[in-house]
Structure formats: structure tokens, C-alpha cells
Design a protein around this ligand. Structure first.
Ligand code: NMN
Length: 332
């Protein structure tokens, strides 16, 4: 039945059940690197919870999955505190919702804005800290505030520079992923050894990075695309587009597909271009990301407890029509 037909009591009970399910799925995904369900199943349940909480704000609890970044720190790793929290990202699933996002931004800012549009790489977020141009720390997102120190694992990845082209002290963020070919080879090898295969490249990448034995990580052929500068030192950067160009000059691997779009027509074009090429790319993507290009506007827009207000992911429909894999009890 529609959310509006719920009594507050019913909504509260449904939300409790949904949170329990989502927490379990989230733990399987983030902590065990072994997802129970496909992303679109998780996303749909998450969306249901969001709708209930929006319709009945009194039922929101501070520990609801909608109010915090999912993820935890594995024992065995040293903890790292993120001075600037590593947030999650809002997502939309239709062009109408993307239009609403753009309208919200325009209303907030008072005029149309340009977006830097990027591919949403299906990997996991990492943070890299450099002091005077030298890599000193690499970490996972964890719960957004506390992540895992995986410096030695990240040092085995050849696209991560140990030394930058300038002696700057900065923190950057990006995506660590497993290329499709490496994923196919890995699962083939796992099968031959009679070991469990990985559900998808994202989980294979996460499992490979969070290894206490760095030789395992090194053998897994991981790669990176860096796309965010979180602390700038004296780098003169005004837009997200320039940030990526600067990252490339500093020696990072950046993704070459970023495009500045001045209106939604241009964004639709970008989506059409890359949705068509999706299967041919050597890495997995699950959508595209729109980021307000002007960094000053970004900080003006700020963030909620969980997601920045200046960016949104548009997720592609699931790759194959999924047959119902399990009874979905959470549907509201
Ligand atoms: O940053 P959050 O909101 O935690 O999620 C990021 C992405 O991770 C989302 O796109 C979501 O689809 C995915 N995810 C999938 C599962 C799953 O069980 N398949 C669990 C948690 C997050």
C-alpha cells in the first residue's frame, strides 16, 4: 500500500523491519565484502525506508541507515580518523529525479549552474594523504569518520604515486577498483583452487584491499581513479574539472571521461554516450555522477548528515532483467 496510507505506528514498525534488513545487507556488503543481494534490491529497500521516514519524520532514529554512512572497520587494521568526513552520495534512478535535483540546486543558488559529469566507477572509496609530496597514509572510508589504515596495501598498486610531481601536502580521494579482466582471471583462479568466487568486481576489490598480507593485494591487479582534492595546500583550483586536471598533473591516474555540462540536455547526452559504451569499458560503472563544478558553490551548498548537497549519482538500470531471486518481504 502507498506510504500515505500507513498509520504512524505501522510506518514505525515497517521502518524498524527495513532498517534491520538493510543493516544486515550493509554488513554483508561492507564488512564481509560478500553481498547477500544485488545493489538494485538494496537500493529499492533503502528508497522505501527513505519514503517512510520522509512521510513520518517522527520515526527517524539517529542510528537509521539513512542518517549514517554504512561501513565498519575490520579488526586487525589500525584505525584512521578522517578529519574531513568521507560521506556517502545521494542517488536517483530516473531522469525526472535528476531534473528535481537540478531544480533544487538552481533554487538554492539562484541561477543555473554548470556540472562536472563523471562516470560512477564501481569500486570502493579510498583516501590518500601526502606530506611534502610523499604518500604517508592511505585508508578506507569505514563509517565515514573512522576508516582502516591500508597504506601498505595501497602502496602495492602501481597507479598510486609514492611521490607527487610537486612537494604539496594534500589529501585526495578516489576509487579503487578491479578491472573486468583481472576480475575474470581472479574468479577463474579461485574456481581452479576450489575457493569461493567473488560476487562482483567491487567486492573483489574491497576484499583484496583489506588483506593483512599485502602480497595478496599485490597479486590482485587493482587500479585507481582519483577524482577529489579534499585539502588543497596552495594549489590554485576553482572547479571540480580543474581539480581532476590538477590531480593528473600531480601524477595520479584520473578518468578521462569527465565533461562539463551546462544544462540537462548535455547531461542526457553524456548519459546516452556512456550507457551505450558501458559493456566496452575495461572497468565497471553503475551510473554517472553530477557535481556542481564551482568549488565555492559546493561549499556554499554544504552537506546533510550523510551526503553532499552538491552532487548526485544517477544510477543505470540493473544490467540484466533480474528474475526474483528471493521473496522480498520489505516491499511497502
Ligand atoms: O554509500 P552507501 O549509501 O553506503 O552506498 C553506496 C552504494 O553501495 C549504493 O549504490 C548501494 O547500492 C551499494 N550497497 C549495496 C549493498 C548490497 O547489499 N548490495 C549494501 C550496501 C550498499
Amino acid at each position: 500500500k502507498p506510504v500515505t496510507a500507513y498509520s504512524e505506528q505501522e510506518a514505525s514498525e515497517a521502518a524498524i523491519a527495513l532498517r534491520q534488513t538493510l543493516n544486515q545487507w550493509s554488513e554483508d556488503y561492507y564488512t564481509k565484502d560478500n553481498p547477500e543481494v544485488e545493489d538494485h534490491v538494496y537500493d529499492a529497500a533503502y528508497r522505501d525506508l527513505q519514503e517512510l521516514e520522509t512521510a513520518f519524520p517522527s520515526i527517524v532514529t539517529p542510528d537509521s541507515i539513512t542518517q549514517r554512512v554504512g561501513g565498519a572497520v575490520l579488526s586487525g587494521f589500525t584505525k584512521v580518523r578522517h578529519e574531513i568526513p568521507m560521506l556517502s552520495m545521494g542517488d536517483v534512478f530516473s531522469r525526472d529525479e535528476l531534473t528535481e535535483f537540478d531544480q533544487r540546486i538552481q533554487k538554492n543558488v539562484g541561477h543555473p549552474v554548470a556540472y562536472n559529469v563523471e562516470l560512477k566507477i564501481d569500486g570502493l572509496a579510498i583516501s590518500l594523504v601526502y606530506e611534502n609530496g610523499k604518500l604517508v597514509q592511505g585508508s578506507t572510508r569505514g563509517d565515514g569518520t573512522i576508516g582502516e589504515d591500508i597504506t601498505q596495501n595501497l602502496q602495492t598498486i602501481s597507479s598510486i604515486p609514492q611521490t607527487l610531481t610537486k612537494p604539496v601536502s594534500i589529501e585526495v580521494r578516489g576509487e579503487c577498483y578491479m578491472p573486468k579482466q583481472a576480475f575474470a582471471n581472479l574468479n577463474h583462479q579461485q574456481e581452479e583452487r576450489g575457493e569461493a568466487v567473488f560476487a562482483n568486481p567491487r567486492n573483489a576489490a574491497a576484499g583484496s584491499l583489506r588483506q593483512l598480507d599485502t602480497r595478496v593485494t599485490k597479486a590482485r591487479k587493482l587500479d585507481t581513479f582519483i577524482y577529489t582534492i579534499s585539502t588543497f595546500d596552495d594549489l590554485q583550483v576553482k572547479t571540480q574539472h580543474e581539480a581532476i586536471e590538477t590531480l593528473e598533473e600531480l601524477g595520479f591516474m584520473t578518468n578521462p571521461t569527465q565533461r562539463v555540462c551546462h544544462n540537462l540536455e548535455e547531461v542526457w547526452q553524456y548519459i546516452d554516450d556512456y550507457q551505450a559504451q558501458r559493456d566496452d569499458l575495461p572497468y565497471g560503472i553503475d551510473g554517472i555522477v553530477l557535481k556542481v563544478n564551482d568549488l565555492k558553490l559546493q561549499s556554499q551548498l554544504g552537506h546533510t548528515v550523510k551526503v553532499p548537497r552538491w552532487e548526485i549519482a544517477y544510477k543505470f538500470p540493473p544490467e540484466e532483467a533480474q528474475t526474483v531471486v528471493r521473496k522480498i518481504e520489505w516491499t511497502v
